[in-house]
Design a protein around this ligand. Structure first.
Ligand code: PLP
Length: 388
């Protein structure tokens, strides 16, 4: 039995998503910009998907621009806002030290263009205090970017309060909601956002498709130049099958939002209780009260997380250390370090992320097998240290 607990890295596409992607690829091959009926049928699919994505985040369809995924959406938001704001001469961006690389690396690139970035650290539970943002705002601050839920620990930020602070200082507010959209209810209106990034493959949609929500009236230049697709904001022939797949994933996520979130939180809590009770020297990282329902990050004393990850993989259990993009590297997670965790604990941590395919039996199996695997690794580590 293979157990997949790495849904934050990517989630298996829902069968209905696979079906529509295959159907659109085969039957609706028209170019959505073409005037003839083939093109118009493809365009109808794109329009329907846009309605579904807008409904999922409580936005208007005209505010949704399809992109190639979360990374592009973050790039579009940050680079687009920087371009639009440049003439105002205010060139300061505030963000957090726990953002995904899609944000952090993009901001580094803006720094080379003369923008200044303030990276705010977070408390030991991974939450950014609104007072810390308030204190970082200067008359030069033009943009604030804070992720909605963190990909490693699942902690949800107080986005509504943070956006209010940004606006009080006449700055724009972007949120990377890649790990929240499709998992918990989301309202761009209630949160008072200017920009929101989402990604299809994190909630049962295809890879290589995502969207940037841009508040109506916000003038953001074209990210990709060329044709006039996406109202001149993202040129290039639309990826109709992937867009259709994203639309179906968005509809499914909206339809079962409450019940699925409740189911996953129950499984996640049972997994945590089982691990904490069965494996001594374990502790949960993040904020247990403010998290997406599918994520648990746990430190295991005296073990390199990478070794545990490999041992679990050999047993058919897939989990992750830190963010997917840095798996394979032995650098401790930048998120856990920004929370002030000791180096050792940051290197001892595994992320378990659940999703639509996770069942009770998966949780039972992990709780049953983990104690022996951890004990064996600890024994080996002690022996290796003793031999040195
Ligand atoms: N932002 C966050 C918080 C993520 O977790 C990820 C993916 O891991 C991304 C952005 C990038 O999304 P994509 O894989 O669609 O480019």
């Amino acid at each position: 039995m293979r157990i997949y607990l790495d849904h934050n890295a990517t989630s298996p596409p829902h069968p209905d998503v696979v079906e529509i992607v295959a159907r659109l690829l085969r039957d609706e091959f028209g170019n959505a910009s073409s005037v003839h009926s083939f093109g118009q049928r493809a365009k109808t699919q794109v329009d329907e998907a846009r309605n579904e994505v807008a409904a999922l985040i409580d936005g208007d369809p005209g505010e949704v621009v399809f992109t190639s995924g979360g990374t592009e959406s973050d790039n579009f938001a940050l680079r687009g806002a920087a371009d639009a704001l440049d003439p105002r001469g205010r060139r300061h961006i505030v963000t957090t030290a726990i953002e995904h690389e899609a944000v952090l690396t993009t901001l580094k690139s803006l720094e080379r263009r003369g923008w200044k970035t303030t990276l705010l650290s977070v408390g030991e539970r991974g939450v950014l205090e609104p007072a810390a943002l308030e204190a970082a705002m200067t008359p030069d601050t033009a943009l604030v970017s804070v992720m909605h839920a963190n990909n490693e620990i699942g902690t949800i930020q107080p986005i509504e309060a943070l956006a209010r602070i940004a606006h009080a200082h006449d700055a724009l507010f972007h949120t990377d909601a890649v790990q929240s959209v499709g998992k918990i209810p989301m309202s761009v209106k209630a949160l008072g956002l200017d920009l929101l990034a989402l990604s299809g493959h994190k909630f049962g949609g295809p890879k290589g498709i995502g969207a940037l929500w841009i508040r109506r009236g916000l003038r953001l230049g074209a990210f990709m130049t060329g044709g006039r697709q996406e109202r001149n904001r993202r040129a290039g022939t639309e990826n109709v099958p992937a867009i259709g797949g994203l639309g179906v994933a968005a509809r499914l996520a909206r339809e079962k939002a409450g019940s699925e979130s409740h189911r996953l939180a129950g499984l996640r809590d049972r997994l945590e209780r089982g691990i904490l009770a069965g494996v001594p020297g374990t502790v949960v990282n993040g904020d247990p009260g403010r998290r997406v329902p599918n994520t648990s990050n746990i430190s295991f004393d005296g073990i390199e997380a990478e070794s545990l990850l490999i041992a679990l993989d050999l047993e058919g259990i897939a989990v992750s250390t830190g963010s997917a993009c840095s798996s394979g590297s032995l650098e401790p997670s930048h998120v856990l370090r920004a929370m002030g965790l000791p180096h050792a604990r940051a290197r001892n941590s595994l992320r378990f992320s659940l999703g639509s395919t996770t069942q009770d039996a998966d949780i039972d199996a992990v709780i049953e097998r983990l104690p022996a695997i951890v004990e064996k690794l600890r024994r080996l580590t002690r022996t290796a240290v003793g031999l040195r």
